[in-house]
Ligand binder design. Structure first.
Ligand code: GUN
Ligand code: ZN
Length: 457
């Protein structure tokens, strides 16, 4: 094998050359199927596109002499995780429980978000947040920041510099929030418009903008309608909000918007339902809501760990699927007490009292299913030729609880183990558009030796 060889799975961006990643490629196709390529190869161009994927024995003749080779042994190479709903400022509040949604917001979340008026605090937390995403194997996150324009601008700048991928936006709130977080409606619109025109589409779409009214309770009719107009006149941008998470919230929305048929209808009347609108939670919905969401091509972010934590209810997965509404998974940190989408996959199965969701489906929801819901499946979500090379290298044996011979088992068993035991400890390396944003072996050979021993090759 010629070409330069790095065995630690952690090569830096490859200065324009093609890189070959050798490993066990597992790639989602749909809810029931995945491509399974042991002794596989992922070939990535210098500009971070997938040039080929397949068995190394079929590709080696073409690529071995001209490419840099990163040998990951029998570790798994999978598309990166997509987190469809997460709050950047809330990483400081993970694990603080004891209340249902509305009092939890008042007690922990609004005070934590108020601190983002301090730009140096905002920068520090944003840097931490994006590093955590990378080390958890999340290669695309749909992110709430806070109401603060400067803090949000800093979050975009830090994501840009770190090579991270995000759909992100400034939170909009013009009522029912503490004075430290309340905005004038017109300023909220103007600041959001300014941030969108600065950041939406940055680096060929690595960063995208989402208009982000927090939820109906903290928005006036005027804010929602102006936001709807702005979103609809900003092609390719997203609309990201919360919907029907807790019963208490649903009742309050009904009293604030008595003219609306349902919670979803509040958003629909304001022009906030359509392709690229992302509704987090969406638990307490009736069939008409689901029909509207399907007809208007809205996306849902299912956040099971958060729903467990705040005791919000059970996502009606069977009705959502029957209605044909597209959905993926969200961590909803900090109501969700973990960033790992592996933990979220596990909880998506555990929270259903009667329905069993297979590891294959959970893997799909966390990757290609999320990309589809976000209308990004042409570019992201799986390891197909022509897509951007967002992928992770997973070594299940890095986690102590994992059976040490797991890589000798069939791929369905490996997948199941990753789904039910997985967390950041299994992530060996994370790449976004071919650039490494996290790696255990970075700067040391200790990692490569460990892989040799445990990976068996
Ligand atoms: N609804 C409105 N704001 C929030 C939030 O910050 N977290 C969650 N889980 N739900 C919300
Ligand atoms: Zn949320």
């Amino acid at each position: 094998m010629s070409g330069s060889v790095s065995k630690n799975g952690c090569a830096e961006k490859n200065g324009g050359a093609t890189t070959v990643y050798l490993g066990h490629v597992v790639d989602p196709v749909d809810e029931d199927q995945y491509r399974d390529i042991p002794a596989g190869a992922l070939i990535v161009s210098g500009d971070g596109r997938i040039m080929a994927v397949g068995k190394w024995s079929d590709l080696s003749e073409r690529y071995s002499s001209s490419s840099k080779i990163v040998d990951c042994g029998r570790k798994l190479i999978m598309p990166g995780m997509i987190d469809m709903h997460i709050h950047l400022p809330q990483v400081t509040q993970i694990g603080k429980s004891g209340d249902t949604l509305l009092s939890w917001l008042e007690k922990y979340i609004f005070p934590a978000e108020s601190k983002f008026s301090d730009l140096s605090h905002a920068e520090k937390i944003a840097a931490w947040f994006f590093d955590e995403l990378a080390s958890n194997g999340t290669t695309l996150a749909v992110v709430f920041t806070t109401v603060h324009k400067e803090a949000t601008d800093a979050a975009f700048r830090i994501a840009a510099d770190k090579g991270m991928r995000a759909i992100m936006g400034k939170v909009m709130m013009d009522r029912n929030a503490p004075p430290t977080l309340l905005e004038d409606s017109q300023n909220s619109i103007r600041d959001s418009e300014g941030l969108a025109s600065k950041w939406h589409g940055y680096d060929d779409g690595r960063l995208l903008y989402a208009f982000t009214p927090r939820f109906a309770i903290t928005a006036t009719d005027e804010l929602l309608r102006e936001c709807g107009k702005l979103w609809q006149s900003s092609p390719g941008t997203y609309l990201h909000t919360h919907l029907s998470e807790s019963r208490e919230e649903v009742d309050k929305v009904a009293s604030l918007f008595p003219q609306s048929r349902s919670y979803l209808d509040v958003y629909d009347r304001s022009g906030l339902c359509g392709a690229r609108s992302v509704f987090a939670h969406s638990i307490h919905l009736d069939d008409e809501d689901l029909q509207v969401m399907h007809g208007k091509k809205c996306a849902l972010a299912h956040c099971p760990s958060s729903n467990f934590f705040l005791k919000s209810g059970v996502f009606p997965i069977d009705r959502v699927k029957a209605a044909g509404v597209e959905f993926g998974l969200g961590s909803d940190v900090a109501a969700g007490p973990q960033m790992s989408i592996f933990g979220v996959m596990k909880d998506a199965n555990f929270i259903q009292p009667k329905i069993w969701i297979s590891p294959r489906e959970l893997f799909y929801r966390a990757t290609l299913g999320g990309a589809k819901a976000l209308r990004l499946e042409e570019r992201l979500g799986s390891l197909e030729v022509g897509k951007e090379a967002d992928f992770i290298v997973i070594d299940p044996t890095l986690k102590n609880a994992c059976p040490k011979d797991i890589l000798d088992h069939g791929t369905d068993e490996i997948l199941s183990t990753i789904v039910f035991l997985g967390d950041d400890r299994m992530i060996d390396a994370t790449y976004i558009r071919g650039r490494q944003v996290f790696g255990r072996g970075k700067g040391s050979n200790a990692g490569s030796e460990l892989h040799k021993v445990r990976g068996g090759k």
